[in-house]
Design a binder for this molecule. Structure first.
Ligand code: GDP
Ligand code: MG
Length: 436
């Protein structure tokens, strides 16, 4: 499935750690193929990939510590955008009776969706009326009647010959029987044709629907775009009901329709039961496509990866004796995590004696951090920059005396010297004999 394909691509990216431009390019090629194979319209795929790639190829993403996670977030974001971003609710206008007309190809699921809509409206305390305007298939009106009877919803079927007349009479029937919403179920054809469009236009003129919903079979594939475009041009419609989302649809239709027609998906229909009509939430569907379970674990692992990378960086710099003031702050934090200076010192040989003599000042750590926080990024990374005027500025910023800043720097330089002595050289670390 599309979901599995995308998850595969992402786990490939995650395995790489740092990403190069080429990694992104090749992932985008795979995403492109996965979308095309899921029957997403090729123009939509092209736009989607161009936008996503552009956003992924920024330094911000490539140089971040968790590039793969950033890529997933961008893809999720763009998928949501593709699906329409805003939630699409069924909004009834104030006209009574309100008229909703369903259009779509034969077998797309109009009659089923009409019944589900009626069920939903009934749940919401409306009193709907179903009108059977499919006069071509003898069983069509019976099908609607059966569904209506099951739910206790009135069905108007007229003489079963003239769809335009039936639609008009249906509205009158609703008025006569105090129904506030009329759902007009129309006939479709297997393919887009003039006759079907003319009939839909005629019904539209006759009953002036408050909204027209196009029912689209999620399994239609690439052709969905042509069908929707044809309906948009001839009868126009306000939104889409995607039917058969419970089947093994490849998802392409849902991902293409908003972009191609500009019309939102309002409902997804997934199953035979009358209550299987869900409101459409683009963000939820996008997450479903990406596999939500995986997203959660991704975000969790992002935090871990970030920490590990930071630790590795610090270790590398320490090995090169390029201690920065940021490392100093990190070390302080580590000490705190391990239970504070007192606990650490007491674990050392002779530590208890030091503690007893009052040489250990827990508060010094906080003090140190305040001073380092007043430094610029450059100063923290290159402590050699810290001349007299900079030290004065830092002291003022931290609310301490220049002497205290000098003390901190002395401590820092001593630590650095000590580290140099203790740490093996980089060459030794990498197994080479040092030449310097
Ligand atoms: P219409 O010709 O547009 O009125 O389509 P129908 O409502 O008669 O549906 C055609 C077929 O698709 C019927 O067998 C329905 O039971 C089936 N169907 C419609 N909607 C769904 C759905 O959401 N899920 C599934 N699994 N089947 C559906
Ligand atoms: Mg039908």
């Amino acid at each position: 499935s599309l979901s599995e394909r995308l998850q595969g691509i992402f786990s490939g990216l995650r395995g790489k750690g740092r990403l190069t431009e080429e990694d992104i390019n090749s992932a985008m090629r795979e995403i492109r193929l996965a979308l095309l194979e899921a029957d997403v319209n090729f123009k939509v795929v092209k736009q989607f990939c161009a936008r996503t790639k552009e956003r992924c190829l920024t330094a911000e993403v490539l140089e971040s510590l968790t590039p793969a996670q950033n890529v997933v977030k961008i893809v999720l974001d763009e998928l949501t955008e593709l699906l329409g971003r805003t939630d699409s609710k069924l909004v009834l206008s104030s006209r009574i009776p309100n008229v909703i007309m369903l259009v779509g190809l034969q077998g797309s699921g109009k009659t089923t969706a009409a019944a589900k809509l009626a069920y939903r409206l009934k749940q919401e305390k409306h009193s709907p009326l179903l009108v059977a305007c499919d006069v071509y298939r003898p069983a069509a009106a019976d099908q609607l009647q059966t569904l209506g009877d099951e739910m206790g919803v009135r069905v108007y079927r007229g003489d079963g010959k003239d769809p335009v007349a039936i639609a008009k009479e249906g509205v009158q029937d609703a008025i006569d029987h105090l129904r506030d919403v009329v759902i007009v179920d129309t006939a479709g054809r297997l393919h887009v044709d003039d006759e079907m469009m003319e009939e839909a236009e005629a019904i539209k003129r006759a009953v002036k629907p408050d909204q027209i919903l196009m029912v689209v079979d999620a399994m239609t594939g690439q052709d969905v775009v042509n069908v929707a475009a044809a309906f948009a041009e001839r009868v126009d419609f306000d939104g889409v009901i995607m039917s058969k989302m419970d089947g093994d649809a490849r998802g392409g239709g849902a991902l293409s329709i908003k972009q191609v027609t500009g019309k939102p998906i309002k409902f997804i229909s997934a199953g035979e039961k009358p209550d299987s009509l869900e409101e459409f939430h683009p963000d939820r569907i996008a997450k479903r496509i990406l596999g939500m379970g995986d997203m959660v674990s991704l975000i969790e692992s992002a935090v871990r990866v970030q920490q590990e990378a930071e630790e590795a960086e610090t270790a590398k710099r320490l090995a090169k004796s390029q201690l920065t003031l940021n490392d100093f702050v990190d070390m302080n934090r580590q000490i705190r995590k391990m239970g504070g200076v007192r606990k650490l010192v007491s674990a050392l040989p002779g530590g208890d004696k030091a503690l007893g003599s009052g040489q250990v000042d827990e508060g010094a750590l906080d003090h140190m951090e305040v001073i380092i926080n007043s430094m610029t990024k450059a100063e923290r990374e290159k402590p050699d920059l810290l001349n007299g005027s900079r030290r004065a500025r830092i002291a003022a910023g931290a609310g301490v005396s220049v002497t205290e800043v000098n003390q901190l720097m002395k401590q820092f330089n001593e630590t650095k010297k000590m580290m140099k002595k203790m740490m093996p050289s980089v060459d030794e670390l990498s197994g080479k004999k040092g030449k310097k």
